[in-house]
Design a protein around this ligand. Structure first.
Ligand SMILES: Cc1ncc(COP(=O)(O)O)c(C=O)c1O
Length: 436
């Protein structure tokens, strides 16, 4: 092979090493919606209801436990890859009654570096090249790369948006079980269920979960039940855990997150609950991916779960979120805009098809050439000063189904009351841009 005669300094050295094709397959290189609708690109005073993290602190009694852990020797060092025993005991104490089981802290609970890493480790532990993983659209954006990085193939089954004319509830987003059945092939290995759902807010009903469970049983599928918003279910709706349906414990792994539970998304502490046949292989994968999860914040999460019941923390927090949700939905009602009232999680899908913007509005190139929702959300951010996330496209839908999401912008209400009230006030400025 002829060696280059150019002096090294004259060669283009900006891309010497080719990167793996899995980054492309996992859509990890595409400019994602978060980087377009980023604070850096939007006006400095824009109220950020786009990203799903809180603008308030975790409870003081939880952060105090974190501080205490930092001042103690052991929690500054490696934890057991299964997680610190105090946290595993606390998970057991909290979840035993919810699962109706006597969970074994050695083999049925695994602490992970956020829900994301837990899910990634399940994929690593169970997927063979080409195995298919069914996810319902819109889907949480991390599933797709996590599946493809591990050789899996995502298969999409859309939730169908409400066709009603009046007020929509997230319950009106429907799952067609025949469609789900048709999506199952001999290569299907897994179904991901996300309840309460991001971004729809749907809390799957018992009959829907029974339908999914029957298919999982018939085709011997692993079910990953992403329940990171399990503490945010509103209006007395029942949160059914698919793992508790008859026969489902043996094939289900349930995913939780301290980030969502205790307003601590940056802590990266999550957990998996399931039978030893799922937890043990996942532990083997997780040990080789991260070895263990950060130790002091596991102690803090443990304190959170230990005290939550006595303090009625989740009940109080749910009522606070309910108030936050109302501030936002009242503002949409005042504008006469349609939206999906979420029964769970902290997102509202607003129907933005009535937002009327001029074709020649100075949209940036990153927004042009994408779904109408990108332009509508950009326009709202610039003209009204409240940012959101468009729902079509890569983050939530496969290409074929992106049009379903094009009618919606996702607004997060995990923000303090003052911020939401200020956003609600600004929203009234949208009136003059609405089609009649
Ligand atoms: C449905 C869903 N699953 C998992 C996660 C990730 O949770 P964690 O921050 O604990 O990794 C999120 C975060 O937004 C989510 O919305």
């Amino acid at each position: 092979m002829a060696l280059s005669t150019k002096p090294a300094s004259a060669q283009d050295r900006s891309n010497l090493i080719p990167y793996s094709s899995r980054l492309k397959e996992g859509r990890a290189l595409a400019q994602d919606v978060w980087s377009i609708f980023n604070v850096v690109n939007l006006p400095a005073d824009c109220i950020n209801l786009g990203q799903g993290y809180m603008n308030f602190s975790p409870p003081k009694w939880v952060t105090e436990a974190a501080q205490e852990a930092l001042h103690t020797v052991a929690p500054n060092h490696y934890s057991h890859p299964r997680g610190r025993i105090r946290l595993r005991e606390a998970i057991k104490g909290f979840y035993d009654p919810l699962f109706g089981r006597n969970l074994d802290v050695e083999s049925e609970i695994l602490v992970t570096s956020g829900a994301n890493e837990g899910q990634y480790s399940v994929f690593t532990a169970f997927l063979e090249q080409g195995d298919e993983v069914i996810m319902f659209e819109p889907f949480f954006d991390q599933y797709l790369p996590s599946v493809t990085f591990n050789g899996g193939k995502p298969v999409y089954v859309p939730l169908h948006p409400p066709k009603t004319e009046g007020k929509d509830s997230s319950d009106d987003w429907s799952l067609d079980l025949d469609e789900l059945r048709r999506a199952i092939t001999p290569r299907t290995k897994m179904i991901i269920v996300n309840t309460p759902h991001n971004p729809v807010g749907k809390v799957f009903r018992r009959d829907e979960l029974e339908g999914i469970a029957a298919l999982a049983e018939e085709f011997n599928l692993l079910v990953m039940s992403d329940e990171v918003y399990d503490c945010l279910v509103f209006d007395g709706k029942e949160h059914v855990r698919i793992a508790t349906l008859p026969g489902m414990w043996d094939r289900t792994v349930t995913v939780g997150s301290a980030g969502k539970a205790f307003a601590a998304t940056g802590w990266r502490v999550g957990w998996l609950i399931g039978p030893p046949s799922i937890i043990q292989p996942t532990l083997a994968a997780s040990t080789r991916i991260v070895f263990c999860t950060n130790s002091p914040l596991q102690e803090a999460a443990a304190a959170g779960l230990e005290q939550a019941r006595e303090r009625k923390f989740f009940e109080i927090q749910r009522d606070e979120y309910s108030e936050r949700r109302k501030i936002l939905t009242d503002a949409f009602d005042q504008l006469g805009l349609k939206y999906t009232l979420p029964e769970g999680s902290y997102f509202v899908l607003l129907d933005i098809s009535k937002v009327d913007f001029p074709d020649d509005y100075p949209f940036p190139p990153s927004v042009l050439g994408r779904g109408r929702d990108f332009r509508a959300c950009w326009f709202i951010a610039l003209e009204v000063g409240v940012s959101s996330i468009p729902v079509s496209e890569k983050q939530f839908y496969c290409e074929e189904h992106a049009n379903i999401g094009e009618a919606y912008g996702r607004f997060a209400f995990c923000k303090d009351v003052e911020t939401l009230k200020a956003a609600a006030e600004r929203f009234q400025g949208l009136k003059k841009f609405l089609k009649q």
